[in-house]
Design a protein around this ligand. Structure first.
Ligand SMILES: Cc1cc2nc3c(=O)[nH]c(=O)nc-3n(C[C@H](O)[C@H](O)[C@H](O)COP(=O)(O)OP(=O)(O)OC[C@H]3O[C@@H](n4cnc5c(N)ncnc54)[C@H](O)[C@@H]3O)c2cc1C
Ligand code: SF4
Ligand code: SF4
Length: 946
């Protein structure tokens, strides 16, 4: 059983017969492991699997953490045992009668027949002892097949004869065949193996068990007609292994697996020829063996450091990950090898070099001779045409070493060149532009980048400059200059928390992938990955508060990776290069869809449904499309040209926008639901929270959105009659994004003073104990508006732990001040926070303009009333998987989940579109689930939007 973490797992394992359980992953996690899976690189960011003193310092694990965990686990085991009525652990073992198969689970899981696993061992073999630890295991070594081999080979090992030929039949119960023989050889000859003129030839038929020919010594040649299990040739040490299918078998060897997983793991020398496919992790950590095989599974040649591997067929994913040495030649039959290869450390070259060609030909001939391979025969007969289809997988590090050696050799033979041999890096001596390019790529250290490079610290233009204009605050030029350095900080975590949609990116953006591609200057590919999950990175890249960065693993002990800037740069670069063009669907369904509201949720939903071929109309009550992207988020954070650019693209792709149509008023929601096959409500949470205190009716008190929206309309040319902050004392009640946008807008309008009230206490500079990583950090942050006020007026505008009591009148019906009292927060006996007013702290703040920015209560009522929609307890539209209680009406975005973020709105729009598509088609949708993954049963592909 894999990955034990709970007491329940232990109990189930015992019921299935386990008399011993071991833990590794769970205690590691308890000590702080984030499953980054980079142990082999000595870069463990939490200081566990590393000896680097800098990283070791980051280790915060304590023995008590593991002790506590194991106590809790034992307690859970005990609870489960009590439920089963079993008193001792021994009594649990093998009691399969206490297990039953659950009825729940996916349709695929339900197809599993577990009857055989659930059979009781005592029923199958009555009387056997199934209790663990009571009887010593008997390996019956004296009955091993290999004993016969050792006896026959002994005279060769002893030097009495030079050669012996042995023929045997092997079964898969015969494990590690050949290893003990190799042990005897190495006892006498150490790692040299048999002397040159001695040999032990073994011919076998049958199916070999695990670890066949592990550590096989030099001078031993084993030929197996049959197949073998996992770990063939593990640690191969000079011996030769040849495996081919039974000569009488009718199947084609290159389409069938002949050896199991992890073959040639850690092989150091020797040869292995296997006529058929090897399963996963072939030649992992091979450091010197030569192998030929007709195909491999995932992770082939991973971490290989030496040797030669020739693959005459398909490979699985992640080929050559971490491969720093040796060479692999792959016959790329379908031209897709580059997509399956991990390019981090290797270059893919053509098979052109004379020495390479000669080596491949020699190996092909040997392989054909020894195994009778039909594939090798065919390749040899058509080699001139087929040569072009071969790919040479050549690690950069190995290339560097080879060049260095060549240069050393050259300088040794040319004494006059001694002067110039001062060059430290061999690549400096090579004028080849491709090499120069690669060198430039690798001057930066991606593996240890997070230790070497600091986080970009200045994403905004200087405050004193930017507050004088209404342009976007971002310092694009500066950010872009350091982008590759920032991408080099990404650790490419095995479990990238940044992209988990529970704590990290709600869209499941494939962040490590595009970080890596940006590092490699592969912008187009980075764009392709980005657009798989995000319809509008130009919006999120600007306005997203970046939960991904809060969840970034690096953030545990260092400033996290600047993900948002990289995202923004990828899409801006794509627009600048003209890569983003309208993608009109090639075919249309006969379904009509209406979307109400054109904020990010409505736009994302429209984009996805249009891609799926439906005819989409978006209704918007405002005069422009974009929701809060257009009228809400100020131009300093999101230029309206950027919004309009996307709206134009969507229009060109075939989406119809109908502005100035207030659904529920100009057209009834019911009518809409009857006219269209599906209606998706994306109306946002537009009902602002009020502050019904004495004096609320006074002039000069406005909701934040009245202030922001009217000003943004004025900026776009409309007649202006909204509130303005010029020369006024502005009080903003409520923190958050909206409050900050009011600050920055008031400041640019020329306010006399700006103060914001926040009822909660000032957050600390660091996460508190009840707010651990990867949760969103509740810490004190200085946003763009706060910094600008600090620069203009000399102090941060925020006042914390303050409550408004009353608005005072100037005697002419206009607000003149805000009366407040300080509050303190204390925990009551039950641990709940209680707010108490602090007597004697009453104060009146001067105010000419008061802006209420205390959030929103949900969607407005008209549509819900007309359609008789059910609301949830927070007065949002209640849905189940985006479906409301009316069959063809769906909801997404802030109107469904409550006031939220642009990134969530896009995510909601995308997922609602998928559900609507399934509803319309009555079959599984080809639109992706979070993370860009398309359900496997897709019937037709969605065209890529690039
Ligand atoms: C001032 C402000 C600043 C913000 N800043 C950020 C930020 O920096 N980063 C961030 O991530 N989030 C920010 N947010 C939150 C973010 O803007 C919202 O979460 C997001 O826009 C919600 O998207 P939506 O599509 O659900 O709704 P909205 O963007 O609110 O769009 C709803 C649309 O529906 C239209 N509509 C409503 N009713 C009807 C009707 N009956 N008929 C026709 N049309 C109708 C509205 O006019 C509106 O255009 C901010 C919010 C505000 C208010
Ligand atoms: S959309 Fe937001 S959370 Fe997702 S990657 Fe971009 S910045 Fe991070
Ligand atoms: S962005 Fe952070 S969490 Fe994501 S892969 Fe990189 S280092 Fe890991």
């Amino acid at each position: 059983m894999n990955s034990f973490s709970k007491g329940f797992d232990v109990v189930v394992a015992a019921l299935l017969g386990a008399d011993e359980v071991g833990f590794s992953t769970a205690p590691l996690i308890v000590m702080g492991c984030t499953m980054m899976r980079k142990c082999h690189l000595n870069t463990c960011p939490v200081g566990i699997a590393t000896q680097d003193p800098v990283l070791r310092k980051k280790f915060t694990g304590q023995p008590e953490h593991v002790i506590n965990y194991l106590f809790m686990l034992a307690e859970e085991v005990r609870e489960n045992m009590a439920k089963l009525g079993v008193r001792t652990f021994q009594e649990l073992i093998g009691r399969t009668d206490l297990l039953k198969v659950v009825d729940a689970g996916s349709p695929k899981a339900k197809m599993l027949n577990l009857n055989l696993i659930l059979q009781n061992a005592l029923h199958m073999r009555p009387g056997v002892n199934i209790k663990g630890g009571s009887e010593k295991q008997d390996f019956q070594l004296e009955q091993r097949l290999e004993n016969e081999l050792i006896a026959k080979a002994k005279p060769v090992i002893d030097g009495e004869i030079k050669k012996v030929d042995v023929e045997l039949k092997i079964r898969n119960e015969d494990r590690a065949f050949g290893s003990t023989l190799s042990y005897y050889i190495s006892c006498k000859y150490n790692e040299d193996g048999l002397p040159e003129d001695s040999e032990i030839n073994v011919r076998l038929t049958g199916s070999a068990g695990q670890s066949f020919c592990a550590f096989l010594a030099k001078g031993v040649h084993v030929t197996l007609e049959g197949d073998a299990n996992d770990y063939v040739g593990k640690g191969l040490s000079g011996g030769t292994i040849v495996i081919y299918p039974p000569k009488s078998s009718p199947f084609e060897s290159h389409l069938n697996v002949i050896v199991g997983n992890v073959c040639l793991y850690g092989a150091t020398s020797g040869k292995a020829y296997m006529r058929g496919i090897a399963s996963e992790r072939f030649a992992v950590r091979n450091s010197g063996a030569t192998a030929v095989v007709e195909g491999v599974g995932d992770h082939g040649c991973e971490y290989m450091t030496g040797g030669v591997v020739l693959i005459l067929g398909l490979t699985g994913r992640n080929f050559a990950a971490g491969m720093s040495g040796g060479i692999a030649y792959v016959w790329d039959i379908d031209g897709k090898f580059s997509m399956k290869c991990n390019p981090e450390m290797v270059e893919l070259c053509k098979l052109e070099d004379k020495e390479d060609v000669s080596l491949v030909l020699t190996l092909l001939k040997e392989f054909r001779e020894l195994t009778g391979s039909v594939v090798a025969e065919q390749l040899l007969s058509e080699f001139d045409q087929r040569r072009k289809e071969f790919v040479k997988v050549f690690p950069y590090e190995y290339q560097r070493v080879l060049r260095q050696k060549a240069a050393e050799k050259e300088s040794a033979t040319q004494p006059q060149a001694q002067e110039t041999a001062k060059i430290q890096d061999i690549e400096d001596a090579v004028g080849d532009p491709a090499v120069e390019q690669r060198k430039a790529e690798r001057v930066l250290d991606k593996v240890r980048g997070f230790m070497k490079y600091p986080r970009e610290a200045a994403p905004y233009r200087p405050a004193e400059k930017r507050m004088k204009d209404w342009d976007e605050v971002y310092n694009f030029t500066h950010v872009r200059k350091g982008l590759r350095v920032q991408s080099a900080r990404c650790m490419d975590c095995g479990v990238p928390f940044c992209q988990s949609n529970s704590h990290g990116c709600p869209l499941g953006n494939i962040i490590p992938k595009w970080n890596f591609l940006v590092f490699q200057n592969q912008w187009r590919q980075a764009l392709n990955h980005l657009l798989q999950t995000n319809n509008f990175p130009e919006f999120t890249g600007r306005v997203c508060p970046a939960p991904c960065e809060a969840a970034c693993v690096l953030g545990i002990s260092e400033p996290s990776v600047t993900i948002k800037n990289i995202e923004c740069a990828i899409i801006d670069h794509a627009f600048e290069n003209g890569w983003i063009v309208p993608q009109v669907p090639t075919s249309r369904t006969d379904k009509k869809v209406a979307i109400v509201g054109s904020g990010p949720a409505g736009l994302a939903c429209a984009h996805q449904l249009n891609k799926a071929g439906h005819t989409v109309t978006v209704f918007e009550r405002n005069d422009r499309v974009g929701g809060l992207l257009q009228y809400g988020i100020p131009t300093m954070k999101l230029s309206k040209t950027v919004v309009q650019r996307r709206v134009d693209l969507l229009t060109a792709e075939g989406i119809t926008f109908k502005t100035n149509v207030n659904v529920g008023k100009d057209i009834s929601a019911k009518e809409l639901s009857e006219e269209y096959d599906a209606v998706i409500l994306c109306t946002g949470a537009t009902w602002p929270r009020d502050l019904p205190l004495p004096g609320r009716q006074l002039n000069g008190i406005h909701f934040a959105m009245e202030f922001l929206e009217s000003w943004q309309k004025k900026q776009l040319g409309a007649n202006f009659d909204g509130p303005h902050a010029k020369d006024k004392h502005v009080i903003i009640i409520g923190g958050g994004d909206t409050g900050c946008d009011c600050i920055a807008t008031s400041l640019r309008q020329g306010a006399a003073s700006i103060t914001t009230f926040e009822i909660l206490p000032k957050p600390g500079p660091k996460r508190s104990k009840d707010n651990p990583w990867p949760q969103w950090p509740r810490v004190f942050k200085v946003d763009y508006g706060h910094e600008e006020v600090q620069v203009r007026y000399g102090s941060d505008p925020r006042v914390f732990s303050i409550m408004t009591q009353e608005f005072t009148d100037d005697g002419k019906g206009h607000v003149s001040g805000v009366k407040t009292v300080n509050v303190e927060w204390v925990k009551d006996d039950s641990g709940r926070w209680q707010m108490n007013q602090v007597p004697g702290t009453e104060k009146v703040y001067k105010a000419d303009l008061v802006l209420l920015a205390m959030g929103f209560l949900g969607p407005e009522r008209a549509i819900g009333d007309q359609l008789q929609l059910t609301l949830d307890p927070r007065s949002n539209f209640e849905t189940k998987e985006y479906k409301t209680n009316v069959s063809n009406v769906f909801a997404a975005g802030d109107c469904r989940r409550g006031q939220s973020l642009v990134v969530w709105a896009i995510s909601e729009g995308r997922q609602a579109a998928r559900v609507v598509d399934e509803y319309l088609r009555r079959e599984v949708s080809a639109l992706p689930v979070p993370g860009g993954i398309i359900k496997p049963s897709l019937l037709q592909a969605i065209p890529c939007s690039v």
